[in-house]
Design a protein around this ligand. Structure first.
Ligand code: NDP
Length: 672
């Protein structure tokens, strides 16, 4: 294979850097590519992101950005085979590559769909409800999120060159922030190829993404408080970068996801012979061998009740012995190579530290001959310590390869304390069929772990497993794991936005947030809104209905018809005796039904379906003889696809005294 010179993507052009460094194949040590970023003006890259990429992204709405993210995912999928070819050179099998490449594209799809479903088709995201700050309602407060006006610097780890880039890019772009991506050098050729696919897809505006292959030079000197650094890698590098003087001085947001001594626990009820025991053995072996154990979430500490530790050792050793490891391109290979010989040396040094602390190897030989000469191969290595309280290193030292240590615990309290001894981890799994054990363990240990999986016979078939970070769930952990979070659906987008408390009138808040806010002016236009396509509806357009009086006969008819004969609707004396009502009241559901009867336009038209109600509140009881009327206002609208959109209506139901009887948001699916 020809050695490729990897290029930086700097200010919308591909350029070679000085001082090239060679990257070799994990399989046989043959040269693959050179990286180099010498001579690049890193300050200019940041300025380009802030001055060109940021404004272009911020002009788009969340939904427009969400559609771009989907298009990037489709571009990756269309050219995935090119990426799979390079994936092998990192030592990874095709299955490992699936997690990286298709998992990366899947993360883009997930963020795109969440963005379109959960974010408004606007530029501002509201945080929480309007806070009333005054008696007359003229002075209100609203928290809003807006896009940061700097750049996101993404520093990625070597182990997932595609997924690692995309899981950070998806929330960043959705937030409207441009990114500068710096992959780990040892696998930068795969990241560069995936980055190139995205550039060639011509989906993103100029300046939205840039790439550095090689060192970052003086980039950090140019950071400001509007920038974000998102880092994945070693705790050592994280703490070095976090304490960079500019990061400290400018209060640059720093998201760190770093080494973690993840634990897995065989529950006290999960004796040999139970489904949970078998699942535990399978999961620990899988986590040791997928990606040759080079996963931030891999199980490093496997804990079992003391009386079952021998059985665990035997079952795990037998399973690991069957793992075919070797050239990842060969048919049937289950585990490939580590990323490089130096990573292999590092893992062997860490194994030696674990041994020095009292752990002993019970399966696998670190000195075994490599299946391919010159390759960075290491078989799965299982260690055991019988005194996990004395062997502190097993809770401190991460061997970032196919390495795990089994250890006993006495009881659940002991297991909780041992699990928490890792001082903060990304992922933990517990294998139990006992709700009591799950409660005691999770409540005792959750504060130390970013994600916890309770696995058993009931969910194993559908589970995504211990090691899979999911775009909709947070990925990160406290303490040693970095003290940050990534992903987690829309939570991850907010890392790249600023929350601001805005205080003003409802009119101003509505204008700022691009949606109708109760108390803001309404526009009572001609024509029923259900007769208008979404494009003809404006935010604030309001329909005011006729009013209708509610009688005792209506209430009794509704009670008979639905079967809801709750005393407050049917028994005058009992209703009077309640601390809430002055007598019989109309059913809440009757009020909703009458409201719909008042505002609905019956004929087929651009409103296709009622898809739900949100934030429903009943505020004033409606007594027989009272009347009700409705104001239906367009709160916000968003496109779901080319053929359908969603209109969110603010529904306000008033009585004859103009007191608010009920409010809610109505969601309808509409013709755009
Ligand atoms: P590093 O922390 O050395 O590297 C992580 C990233 O940081 C790489 O992109 C690297 O680039 C970059 N980097 C390193 N130094 C600097 C610097 N001074 N300024 C800016 N960027 C920098 O981790 P490694 O990849 O070498 O892995 C070492 C260990 O980290 C592993 O053995 C494992 O323990 C842990 N790790 C944890 C991961 C996790 O997901 N939690 C993932 C990967 C590793 P470059 O490659 O060019 O040096």
């Amino acid at each position: 294979m020809k050695t490729a010179q990897l290029l930086n993507y700097e200010r919308d052009r591909w350029i070679a850097g000085d001082n090239p460094a060679e990257i070799v194949s994990a399989i046989d040590g043959a040269p693959v590519a050179t990286t180099g970023s010498g001579g690049i003006d890193f300050g200019a890259m940041l300025r380009h992101a802030r001055d060109v990429g940021g404004p272009a992204l911020r002009r788009l709405t969340f939904h427009e950005r969400a559609r771009m993210i989907k298009a990037l995912g489709l571009a990756i999928m269309a050219r995935k085979e090119e990426l799979y070819e390079l994936n092998y050179l990192t030592g990874a099998t095709r299955k490992d590559g699936w997690i990286d490449i298709e998992g990366g594209a899947g993360t883009l799809f997930s963020f795109s769909s969440k963005g379109r479903r959960e974010l408004p088709d606007a530029h501002v995201l509201l945080d929480g409800q309007l806070e009333g700050l005054s008696k007359q309602g003229t002075f209100v407060g609203q928290h809003i999120y807006t896009s940061l006006q700097g750049a996101a610097v993404h520093i990625n780890a070597f182990n997932f060159p595609v997924w690692g880039m995309l899981e950070k890019l998806a929330p960043t772009i959705l937030a409207g922030v441009p990114a500068i991506v710096k992959p780990a050098s040892s696998t930068a050729y795969l990241c560069e190829a995936a980055f190139r696919v995205m550039i060639e897809a011509a989906v993103l505006p100029p300046g939205a993404i840039q790439l550095i292959v090689g060192g970052v030079g003086d980039l950090f000197d140019h950071l400001t408080g509007q920038d974000v650094v998102s880092f994945t890698g070693s705790a050592h590098t994280a703490s070095k970068l976090k304490s960079h003087p500019t990061v400290m001085r400018e209060s640059v947001k720093f998201i760190a996801e770093q080494d973690s001594l993840n634990a897995s626990l065989l529950g006290p009820d999960a004796a040999p012979g139970t489904p949970e025991f078998d699942l535990f053995i399978r999961e620990v072996a899988t986590e040791m061998t997928v990606k040759a154990g080079q996963k931030c979430t891999a199980i490093r500490r496997a804990m079992a009740p003391a009386e079952h530790l021998d059985a665990v050792q035997q079952a795990l050793s037998e399973r690991l012995a069957k793992t075919k490891f070797g050239d990842p391109r060969a048919e049937g290979t289950r585990m490939g190579a580590l990323v490089s010989l130096s990573q292999r040396d590092d893992v062997c040094a860490r194994i030696a530290e674990l041994e020095a602390a009292g752990a002993r190897i019970v399966a696998g030989d670190p000195a075994a001959d490599p299946p391919v000469a010159g390759g960075a191969f290491l078989p799965p290595i299982l260690l055991r310590t019988d005194d996990p309280w004395a062997a502190q290193a097993v809770h401190d030292v991460e061997a970032f390869g196919p390495v795990s240590t089994i250890m006993p615990y006495r009881d659940l309290a002991d297991a909780v304390a041992l699990a928490n001894r890792g001082k903060g981890s990304l992922a933990l799994s517990l294998f139990t069929h006992s709700p009591d054990a799950a409660r005691e363990f999770v409540q005792g240990a959750a504060a130390f772990h970013g994600r916890m999986l309770v696995l058993n016979r009931d969910n194993a078939a559908e589970s995504t497993g211990h090691g899979s970070p999911l775009p909709v769930l947070v990925h990160g952990g406290p303490g040693r794991a970095g003290g940050s979070e990534e992903m987690g659906g829309i939570r991850g987008v907010k890392h790249y936005m600023q929350r601001t408390a805005v205080q003003s009138t409802p009119t101003m808040i509505a204008a700022i947030s691009e949606q109708y806010i109760p108390g803001a002016p309404k526009d009572f236009r001609d024509g029923h809104p259900f007769r208008k396509r979404m494009s003809e509806l404006h935010i604030g357009d309001t329909l005011r209905t006729e009013s209708r009086t509610v009688s005792v006969a209506d209430i009794e008819h509704f009670a008979e018809f639905t079967g809801d004969k709750f005393y407050a609707h049917m028994d005058e004396e009992a209703a009077k005796a309640s601390p809430i009502f002055e007598g019989r009241v109309a059913h809440g559901y009757l009020i909703l039904s009458f409201a719909a009867g008042l505002f609905v336009d019956p004929d087929p038209g651009p409103v296709l379906a009622n898809t739900g109600l949100e934030n429903l509140r009943f505020l004033t009881p409606l007594y027989p003889g009272d009347s009700l009327r409705v104001e239906l206002t367009v709160r916000s609208k968003s496109l779901k696809s080319e053929d359908t959109g969603v209109v969110r209506w603010a529904v306000e139901i008033f009585n004859q005294k103009d007191d608010l009887v009920a409010t809610y948001d109505l969601l309808t699916e509409n013709v755009p």
